[in-house]
Design a protein. Sequence first.
Length: 318
Amino acid sequence: MAPLLSVVIPMYNEQDAIAPLTARLRPALDAITADYEVVAVDDGSADDTAQLVDGLRADWPQLRLIRLRRNAGHQAALTAGLTRARGRYVVSIDADLQDPPEKIGEMLALARRDHLDVVYGVRADRATDTVFKRRTAAAYYRLMRRLVGSWVPRDAGDFRLLSRTAVDALLALPDHQPVYRLLVPALGFPSGTVSYVRAERVAGTTKYPLGRMVRLALDSVTNFSAAPLRLATWLGLISFCCCLVMIGFGVVGYVAGWTVPGWTSLFVAVLFLGGLQLTCLGLLGEYVARIYSTVQARPTYHIGTDTAAARVEETTSA
Ligand code: UDP
Ligand code: MG
C-alpha cells in the first residue's frame, strides 16, 4: 500500500506561502503520478499554517498534515516527516517555493532510471539570495568540505530525493541532532544531482535568522569532526615551540645581563606549563572524541546486496 512518492514539507509560520505552494506543487505532482502523498509537517506554527493545510485536505486526498506540538526546528521537523512518510521514494522540499516543485519529476525519473538512492537538488544559481546569505552559505560549505570531507556536495541543501532504503538507513542512525545535508552524503549511497535555480522566497520571511544558522553550523561541526577538540593540541604544540625559542632568548638575555632577576625563570615556566597544559587538554580531547564517536554508534557499513540472503535486497527499493 506504500505510495510511490512522499513529499515532506516542513512548515513553520508559512501561512502566506501555502496557496502559491499548492498552486505549483499539486499540478507538478499530478503530472508524475496519482500514487503520491504530501506530508506537511507543521513545526508548531503560531499562525494559521496548520488550519490552512487542514482546510485543503478536503479536496486534495493525497495531502497529509502532521502537527508537532511545539517548534522543534527544521531538521527535527524533517525527521518527523521522514519517519512518517510511507513512500518508496521520499522528497524533502521547503515550503517557501525556493526549491521548484517542477524538478521533483526529474529527480524521480533520474533515480528510477539509474537506480539511485539519493538525488541532490544542487543550487546552480543563488543570485536571488542576499549577499549575506550567499557568503555565509559559501563559508559553510567550504568549512564542511574541509573539516568533514570533500565528499560533501557543494550547495546541496535539504531539497533532495531519497529511496526507501536510504530513508530507512538514515532513520536507523542513532544521531540525536541530525544534520541531513551531511548525514545523507555520509551514507555514501549511489547518488545523482539535479541542478536548479534558487528562487526568491514566495512569501513571509526567512525562518533561519543568524542564530539558527550558527546553530546549524555548530551542529554540523560537532556531529562530524573532532577538529575543535584537537585545537588545544595544536595550540599547546605551538606554545611549546615558542617556549623553546624564548628559552634561548631568555638564556642569552640572562648571560648578557639584559633582564631583571627572576624574569627568565618565570617567563620560561609560564610558557612551558601553558604549553604542557594545552597539550594535555588536547590529549584528553582525543579520548573524548573517541568516546563521542563510540556513543554516536554510527554503522561503519551498509549492506548493498547479499546473494545468500533469503530475500535479495536491491540497492534501491524500486
Ligand atoms: N522551518 C521549520 N521549522 C523551523 C524553521 C524553518 O519547519 O524552525 C521550515 C520553513 O518553514 C521552510 C524550511 O524549513 O519550509 C526552510 O526554512 P527557510 O526557508 O526559512 O530557510 P532559508 O531558505 O531562509 O534558509
Ligand atoms: Mg527558504
